[in-house]
Design a protein around this ligand. Sequence first.
Ligand SMILES: Cc1ncc(COP(=O)(O)O)c(C=O)c1O
Length: 459
Amino acid sequence: MTARDLERYAELFARRTRVMRSSAMRDLMAVTARPEVISLAGGLPDTSTFPPASFAAQMTRIAQESSAEALQYGPTDGFDQTKDCIAEVMAAEGMSVDREDVVVTTGAQQAIDLICKTLVDPGDVVICEAPTYPGAVPVFCSYEAEVIQVEMDENGLDTERLVEVLVRLRAERRRPKFIYTVPSFHNPAGVTLSTERRRRLVELAREHELLVCEDNPYGLLRFDGQPSEPLYALDGGDYVLYLGTFSKILSPGIRVGWVVAPPPVLEKIALGKQAADLCTSTLTQYFVREYFSEGSWQRYVESLVEIYRRRRDVMLEALERHFPRQASWTRPEGGLFLWAALPDYIDTTDLLAKALRENVAFVPGRAAYLDDRGANAMRLNFSGSTREEIREGIRRIGAVIAEQVELYETITGEHTVLRASPASPSGVRGSDQERASTESGDAGEGGDVVPMRRRGEGR
Ligand SMILES: Cc1ncc(COP(=O)(O)O)c(C=O)c1O
């Protein structure tokens, strides 16, 4: 595109396009589609595990028995049969929902967009986690929200920090429009909100009359530990809007998700959806219906859990082996991602360029922040690659990091020291909790530090 091309259209763009930004993951998808690249970047479930014969049988049945209906428009809020499947999925996590409380959406992504469309005027406050789902960042930007990101630790969103934010906002007479959270197997952080904090969050929602948007694509993908109670179940649906999707338990290609909300909010969401796309694909809703009628969806989810658990374990082993000792990462009990924090002087956006030269990709941490945090962190996906690819991918990233560490040490002659933070997503640059100091032997405040390992030293 030339400058002249840009000039020709520049005056036509709406003001909001100035703050629109692209999702880092979407940009990366073009590069990582090259077959030689090992991508630990995407959030891709392994769709190769879905039996092609079963897919063919379901689609054939649709064509033979309901061709005209399946090729037709459908209701804006979705088919009742789709909603029955949704109720089944939600019941598997202990939630009870009625058809009239649900709008079927074109993926949970559309639900995030519709919630913002319904609730957010430019300058309105939205609260979310730090880091947050990278795909939500461009949505918040498009609606010109003022986003406040609250730190997490290994137990998810820090509710006491949230209280501080709420108190401050109240003093400023600003009411946040909603809190966006991914409580289970967080994307990108890989952590899960503790039971105690779930209760606290629901309590805060009532106390402050706050809407909480619970985005839960991964709840059923638990590898270890006890199931967590969804916020929606704890709250009963007064203040919690619930987002679900078939993307991670069946297929993202079908683009079927949903939103559950109190009736007045849901009504506006349905109006927004009507304007956006009239209805979610009839054909893929029919596919969901056919698939669920076979009664084996939970068995398929169990098979995914087995596969992803093994891949997570392989990734954790590979990280131990190939990442420097100063790096820390989360140990997810489910889902698709873990989050790694590197020494403070490493910028993962620059590192990605180097990694791509080695044909490996990850999501740089900045993609999960609306401010300048996250520069030394990365999101790593373990669901979309084979175990061999994961081992090799982590080896390659580890080698690129090692080069950076060596370069830094050569230039500065220093050992870097970092506080050890084995399982917290907050070890990112810009975080006031875990800044690195760069003086050998300087334990910094708190003293819980580890000296940087020199190249060649064992772990
Ligand atoms: C937290 C979260 N929300 C929403 C989505 C979007 O899901 P869908 O494919 O249903 O649009 C994703 C996809 O990765 C996600 O991780």
